[in-house]
Design a binder for this molecule. Structure first.
Ligand code: NAP
Ligand code: G4F
Length: 325
């Protein structure tokens, strides 16, 4: 039987790399674009083990329409996963134009290439709980019907991406869908996101390699899951019988402070002795609270996470202990 072809933007990112592995296990042919990196070793650092073993990559960029058209025009994928983005919320305040170009116009660029070159394919957009911003339902959750009130350039751009995908679905009858994913982490998470920063910092402190850890707002709450569970959800969403949008979340929320307490306690350290606040890690506007209601994807597609907050953190601790101990 002919193998299904998947095309992934952001394939060298956290999600892109786990998604590529997941799709290879499901016998897909996997293609992706990577951006040129001046440090050649970083170019495909998360997918080195996959390139040439079922995954093919080419240079490309969401802002370079010619690269997108060339890829989808020649590969003619069955499934397009647009997970490429400037994904760091705080940094989006520093580079708002690049963030909006990539996370908003980049989606439009990808949709246009899709519409003209392979409209029979299916299109998945990496939408985000950051879109909800200030909005929380009375019962304390965010779900598919929750109003979007973003609090960052990143969130504003992602709202555009979410809406333009829906517009292309309705206007052009394309199978274009959104996964509205809450925070998801792993040992492959960039070390400037809070979970990996805390776990890496805690293990280094335990090993005597640093003596303190500077953070921003410790009173924000996030609904943290594992990237592996969330890429499985992406594949389920794109293979649903009809195009639709789904929230993906664990339904549990923890503050950054609680996360620190869990991680440092595991290493027999009192986080209060070593964690300090540095205003440079605060945001001009903070998204204070996220807790996702994923009842829809659980009911309609049968998805549920395999990891808990605790097993996620334990895996990340074990990873950094392997590096530093
Ligand atoms: P990530 O690790 O930062 O990966 C993002 C990837 O996108 C990187 O490979 C990056 O390449 C690439 N990229 C950046 N700008 C690009 C451009 N202009 N053209 C093409 N590729 C570009 O992020 P992630 O955690 O895997 O997240 C994947 C997607 O899900 C993102 O769209 C993110 O916004 C979204 N999302 C993530 C979460 C989460 O909690 N992880 C939750 C909701 C939504 P470089 O390394 O070269 O920059
Ligand atoms: O780990 P974070 O940087 O993730 P954030 O901002 O929630 O964004 C992530 O999740 C979104 C989904 O909701 C994605 F769309 C997005 O791409 C990204 O993956 O920060 C989490 C919380 C924030 O409240 C932040 O203010 O941790 C707080 N925090 C406290 N100290 C810190 C720090 N965040 C970072 N990055 N670094 C700190 O030192």
């Amino acid at each position: 039987m002919k193998k299904r072809k998947a095309f992934i933007t952001g394939i060298n990112g956290q999600d892109g790399s786990y998604l590529a592995e997941y799709l290879l296990e499901k016998d897909y042919e996997v293609y992706g674009i990577v951006r040129r990196n001046s440090i050649a070793e970083n170019q495909e650092s998360r997918i080195d083990h996959l390139v040439g073993n079922g995954v093919e990559t080419a240079y490309g960029d969401l802002l370079d329409v010619s690269s997108l058209e060339r890829m989808v025009g020649t590969i003619k994928p069955d499934e397009i996963y647009n997970v490429g983005a400037q994904s760091h919320v705080r940094i989006s305040f520093d580079i708002p134009q690049f963030t909006v170009q990539t996370n908003a116009l980049g989606v439009l660029n990808m949709l246009e290439a899709y519409k003209y070159h392979c409209p029979k394919a299916r299109f998945y957009q990496a939408s985000s709980s950051e879109c909800f911003g200030r909005s929380v339902e009375e019962d304390g959750y965010q779900r598919e019907t929750t109003k979007m009130e973003p609090t960052s350039p990143y969130g504003c751009a992602k709202v555009f991406g979410y809406n333009i995908v829906r517009h292309y679905r309705f206007a052009h009858k394309l199978f274009a869908v959104n996964g509205i994913l809450f925070n998801h982490e792993s040992p492959r998470r960039g070390a400037n996101f809070v979970t990996n920063k805390v776990v890496k910092g805690a293990v280094r402190i335990k090993s005597g390699l640093q003596d303190k850890l500077e953070l921003g707002n410790m009173d924000a709450y996030r609904d943290w899951g594992h990237s592996k569970d969330y890429v499985r959800a992406m594949n389920m969403i794109i293979n649903h019988t009809e195009p639709d949008d789904f929230v993906v979340a664990t339904g549990r929320t923890h503050s950054v402070r609680e996360m620190c307490n869990y991680v440092f306690s595991k290493l027999d350290i009192n986080y209060k002795d070593v964690v300090t606040q540095n205003p440079k890690f605060l945001r001009a506007e903070e998204l204070k609270y996220l807790k996702g209601d994923s009842s829809k994807i659980r009911k309609v597609l049968g998805w549920k996470p395999k990891y808990t907050f605790e097993t996620l953190m334990d895996e990340m601790i074990e990873h950094w202990q392997g590096v530093y101990e």
